[in-house]
Design a protein around this ligand. Structure first.
Ligand SMILES: Nc1ncnc2c1ncn2[C@@H]1O[C@H](COP(=O)(O)OP(=O)(O)OP(=O)(O)O)[C@@H](O)[C@H]1O
Ligand SMILES: [Mg+2]
Length: 486
C-alpha cells in the first residue's frame, strides 16, 4: 500500500510533533559562531544532530503529505469546498474538521495516531484555507524570506542565514496550485503565456513566481516577508554588524539632519539599515517614504507611505519614483526617505537636498561609497541632465553628507564596512574622508571573516554643525585607538 506508514518509532513521532509546533531545526542558535577550537567539535556535532532532526522531520512530512493528499482528494469528492468558502471561517473550519474526521474514521488503510491525525488535519486546513506547506513558515515571524526552488526544496532566511526546511510539496502540480492561489488573490494569472508574476500577500509580503519554461527545474517562488520581526539597532550590534561608536555617530547624524546614502550590493542589508536609521528621526517630524514596493516599517506617528505603480496591461497608468518624489515636495515634508534610488528620481532628490530638504535618507545599489556617487552621476545623465561633470559633481557633493557602505561578506554576515563623509571638491573630483571602517584581517578555519571596526581618527567636518544643533558627539568616538572586534 503506497500510503501506509511503516514502523513508526514513538521517539521519532514525538520529535516530529515537537518540530511541528516549534521548528527547532532552525533555531537562532545555528547562527551563533563559536570562536574557540574546543567548541568547534561540539558545534559540528550539534549541527549534525540538527541536520538529522531536519531529515527525519522531512521524511515524516513527506509521508504525511501523501496521506494528507489522499484525504484531501477524498474530501474534494465529499465536501463542497465552494460552499465552505461561503461560511464564516470558524464554521467553515468546524465543517472541515467534521468531514475529515468522518473520512478518517471510515478509512482503515491509513492508520494514524492521535497526534498524526491532528497534524494531517492541520495540514489539510492549511491546504484548504491557506497556502499549504508554506503556511507554517508564513506564521513564523522570524522568517524573513521564503524561497521555493521546485516542489522539493523550500528554503528560508532567518536573521540573515539561509537554511533548508523540511517542508515540501507533493509534486510540481501541487506547487503550481499554490502559486495559482497566490496570484489569483491579486487578480493575476500565471501560465505559459505570462510565466512570471509579482504579487503581494494580504499581510504585505512580496511574492515573485516564475514557472517553466522560464524556470527550467520547476516552478520557483520567492517571498520577501513583511510581517517579520524587523532587526533593530540593538540586534545589529549583537550581530556585530557595526560598532557601538558607529551606531552612536549615525544616531547623531540622522537626528542632526544629515543627508545619508546607504550603499550596498543585493541583500547586503540596505533596506534593514534604512529602516533602523529612519527610526532615529524625531517623532515630531513629518516623514514621507517613497518605495517601489513598500518594505519600510517606521514607528513614528507622522509617516506617509507612498508606493510606485507599474503600468497596467495596456501599458498605461505608471507612476514612477520620480513623480512621487516631486509630489512629496508639495506635501510639506520634514524628511524624505527613498527606499532605493535607481533612476531619474535622483535628480529631484538631490535638488531637494540642495534646497533645504535636509535629513533625507536613501539606499543605492553600489559596491563602494565612491561607486555609489558615480551611480548617482550616471542617473543624472540617464535623466538627460546636461551640465558639466564638474558642476554635476559639485551638486552631488553638496547634497549628500554621508555614505554608509553595507556588505554581505562570504561568511553570510552583513557588516557596515565603511562610513564616509563627503567633504567637497578638489578640481573635478569629489573628496571624501572615511570616518569608520571595518578592517578585515582574514578568515578563520570555519570560514568566518575576522576583523575589527575602527575609527580612522578623522573627526568628521559635520561634527561642529551637529554640536551647534545640540547633538554633542564626544571626540572619543573618533579615536582610532578604540577598536571593536567584528
Ligand atoms: N546586519 C544584519 N545581520 C543579519 N541579517 C541581516 C542584517 N541586515 C539585514 N539582514 C537580513 O538580510 C536580508 C536582506 O536584508 P535587506 O532586505 O535589508 O537587504 P537589501 O540590501 O535591502 O536587499 P535588496 O538588494 O533585495 O533590496 C533580510 O532577511 C534581513 O533580515
Ligand atoms: Mg532593499
Amino acid at each position: 500500500m503506497l500510503f501506509r506508514r511503516k514502523n513508526i518509532n514513538p521517539d521519532f513521532e514525538k520529535r516530529a510533533n515537537a518540530l511541528d509546533e516549534e521548528p527547532q531545526f532552525a533555531s537562532d542558535e545555528s547562527v551563533v559562531t563559536l570562536s574557540s577550537e574546543t567548541n568547534t567539535n561540539a558545534e559540528s556535532e550539534e549541527k549534525a544532530v540538527k541536520q538529522r532532526a531536519v531529515d527525519e522531520t522531512r521524511k515524516q512530512l513527506e509521508q504525511d503529505l501523501e496521506i494528507k493528499h489522499y484525504f484531501h482528494k477524498k474530501l474534494l469528492e465529499t465536501l463542497d469546498l465552494g460552499l465552505l468558502s461561503s461560511l464564516d471561517e470558524e464554521t467553515a473550519k468546524k465543517e472541515l474538521h467534521l468531514a475529515v474526521q468522518t473520512l478518517m474514521n471510515d478509512d482503515n488503510h491509513h492508520p494514524l495516531s492521535h497526534e498524526g491525525r491532528k497534524r494531517v488535519l492541520g495540514q489539510i486546513e492549511d491546504e484548504v484555507f491557506g497556502l499549504g506547506p508554506l503556511e507554517p513558515l508564513l506564521k513564523d515571524s522570524s522568517v524573513s524570506d521564503i524561497l521555493v526552488n521546485g516542489s522539493k526544496n523550500v528554503y528560508v532566511e532567518r536573521r540573515g542565514k539561509l537554511e533548508r526546511t523540511p517542508y515540501t510539496f507533493l509534486d510540481d502540480r501541487h506547487l503550481r496550485n499554490i502559486i495559482d492561489r497566490i496570484v489569483s488573490l491579486v487578480g493575476r494569472r500565471i501560465d505559459e503565456a505570462s510565466p512570471m508574476v509579482d504579487a503581494r500577500l494580504q499581510d504585505g509580503s512580496r511574492v515573485n513566481a516564475i514557472i517553466p519554461p522560464l524556470a527550467i527545474d520547476g516552478p520557483s517562488v520567492s517571498i520577501r516577508r513583511f510581517a517579520v520581526d524587523r532587526l533593530t539597532m540593538d540586534n545589529l550590534l549583537e550581530l556585530n554588524s557595526l560598532s557601538p561608536q558607529m551606531s552612536q555617530f549615525i544616531k547623531g547624524a540622522v537626528k542632526g539632519e544629515m543627508n545619508i546614502l546607504i550603499s550596498g550590493g543585493t541583500g547586503s542589508g540596505k533596506t534593514t539599515t534604512l529602516n533602523i536609521f529612519s527610526g532615529f528621526i524625531p517623532e515630531d517630524q513629518r516623514i514621507i517614504t517613497i518605495e517601489d514596493s513598500a518594505e519600510l516599517q517606521l514607528q513614528q506617528p507622522h509617516v506617509i507611505r507612498l508606493e510606485t505603480r507599474p503600468s497596467n496591461l495596456e501599458g498605461k497608468g505608471e507612476i514612477t519614483q520620480r513623480e512621487l518624489v516631486k509630489n512629496s515636495l508639495r506635501m510639506r515634508p520634514d524628511r524624505i526617505v527613498v527606499g532605493e534610488v535607481r533612476g531619474s528620481e535622483a535628480v529631484d532628490m538631490l535638488s531637494a537636498m540642495n534646497t533645504g530638504h535636509d535629513g533625507s535618507l536613501a539606499t543605492i545599489h553600489a559596491n563602494t561609497p565612491r561607486d555609489a556617487l558615480s551611480r548617482v552621476e550616471n542617473m543624472f545623465s540617464m535623466a538627460g541632465w546636461n551640465i558639466s561633470t564638474k558642476n554635476l559633481r559639485s551638486q552631488i557633493a553638496s547634497a549628500i553628507h554621508l555614505v554608509v557602505q553595507m556588505e554581505r561578506q562570504e561568511d553570510g554576515k552583513r557588516r557596515m564596512v565603511s562610513i564616509q563623509e563627503i567633504n567637497g571638491m578638489e578640481g573635478e573630483v569629489i573628496t571624501m574622508s572615511e570616518i569608520f571602517r571595518f578592517e578585515r584581517q582574514g578568515v578563520d578555519k570555519q570560514g568566518n571573516v575576522i576583523g575589527e571596526y575602527k575609527a580612522t581618527g578623522v573627526v568628521p567636518e559635520c561634527h561642529s554643525g551637529l554640536v551647534k544643533r545640540g547633538i554633542d558627539l564626544p571626540f572619543e568616538l573618533f579615536n582610532e585607538l578604540k577598536n571593536n572586534q567584528g
